[in-house]
Design a protein. Sequence first.
Length: 167
Amino acid sequence: MTGHTTGLDDTRRTPDGQSDGPRLIADVMLGRLAKWLRLLGYDTRYDNAADDARLLRLAQAEDRVLLTRDRALSRQRGVRAIWIESQDLRAQLRQVQAAIGPPPDGSLTRCAVCNVRLQPIDKADVETRVPPYVLQTRDAFQRCPECDRIYWAATHVERMQEVLNAL
């Protein structure tokens, strides 16, 4: 079985006409998947307190593709949905990528917590916010404009990139 998908043929466009890719919303059973999709660069909304009715309203109002492990929810009219068939994270990621294509901006471009696009920040501006070793060994930093978290490439990012490349 390939999983249930409905109406995934349109993508949003930025003001300059570029594809912004589909926007996603994950149900409460898919928090880990939502975080990894954000790391991959997909615009993925996740609210672990949202009930089915709220998910459907948000998916419709924000033109998002609903990701769910609930077959009945995935078949609701008026919403584009992907029924996620596996409990295995890598299989879930492969299924979403196969259904909607690659993310428009590439991996590690969104905050894993807030889902907002990261912005470059000067090394001088993070001197007091990152460990001294990181400041000595890294030159590129990004900041989430929503939660103000600072991101940089480190060994954990290399391990995540290995997983992402395997997909």
